[in-house]
Design a protein around this ligand. Structure first.
Ligand SMILES: [Zn+2]
Length: 269
């Protein structure tokens, strides 16, 4: 079969990160604002300079990633979020406060998305073209609103091993829960969420095993990591091991989600 990836590459490797920080807790439960200990588990990202730490690793390995950023993080930390774009990465939207949107009427969701765009644009100077829904389901109007607002892609769905196009032309860049570090290493319970502390070796096995399969079938392997999890001192060594594993394979196209979506849009599949 002819390659479906640029330059005859066999598969795509797409590193994406969801920059939630404290909003992963507060987005759906505002009372967390009054719970300093839980909140501090998100503030950790800023206090420990996790984003520059992560950007340094990506620089070392010459990788360009996508960061799906909660708008409030762009408002409260414009320098940090701006640095992501300054260092060559993509910033995309990930909720206003990491809230659910599926109950919102069309008009309200559109207003909210316009606010997200402005917050990201103010911090980075670049208008976002990608989105990953935060905290909950996709709304009945979400994909149409994204298209109307000039978005190229959404990365909230799980419906194929490859990117795909919706009827309205929006590209879907899927990711999968097996590639979500939260499910393996979020060492704190909140809401219905149970604390998990898997061995790093387990994460390595799950993620490299997944990569083997995506490589074999020539697909698009997409991570869904979180700086507050993968950026911890031990876990970032796991990330480097994982990057090293993937880099040993020939003919891998390293691309962020925006690059994957742009390619897929032109593919006519
Ligand atoms: Zn999130």
């Amino acid at each position: 079969m002819d390659s479906i990836w640029p330059n005859g590459n066999k598969c795509a490797a797409c590193f994406t990160f969801d920059l939630d920080a404290e909003w992963v807790f507060m987005g759906n439960d505002p009372s967390i604002a009054e719970k300093p200990r839980i909140k501090s588990q998100g503030e950790y990202v800023w206090n420990s300079n996790i984003i520059p730490r992560l950007l340094d690793v990506l620089d070392t390995h010459d990788l360009k990633a996508t960061f799906f950023v909660v708008a409030m993080n762009a408002i409260n930390h414009p320098d940090v979020v701006g640095e992501i774009v300054d260092r060559g990465h993509e910033v995309a939207t990930h909720g206003w406060k990491h809230e659910a949107v599926d109950h919102l009427p069309y008009k309200e969701e559109k207003q909210l998305r316009l606010k997200m765009i402005k917050a990201i644009e103010d911090a980075t100077g670049v208008r976002p073209v990608g989105n990953r829904v935060a905290g909950g389901e996709i709304g009945p109007n979400t994909h149409d609103i994204l298209k109307e607002l000039g978005f190229l892609y959404d990365s909230s769905m799980r419906g194929c091993d490859l990117p795909y196009k919706l009827d309205n032309g929006l590209v879907i860049v899927p990711s999968y829960y097996e590639m979500d570090d939260f499910h393996l290493f979020a060492d704190y319970p909140f809401g219905a969420y149970k604390a998990r502390m898997m061995s790093p070796q387990t994460g390595y096995e799950i993620w490299t095993n997944a990569f083997d399969g995506y490589y074999r079938y020539g697909l698009c392997w997409t991570t869904m990591f979180h700086p507050q999890i993968i950026g911890k001192p031990g876990n970032i060594m796991l990330l480097e091991r994982l990057i090293g594993y993937v880099k040993k394979f020939p003919d891998v196209w390293f691309a962020n989600a925006g690059m994957v979506a742009e390619h897929w849009k032109l593919m006519g599949i």
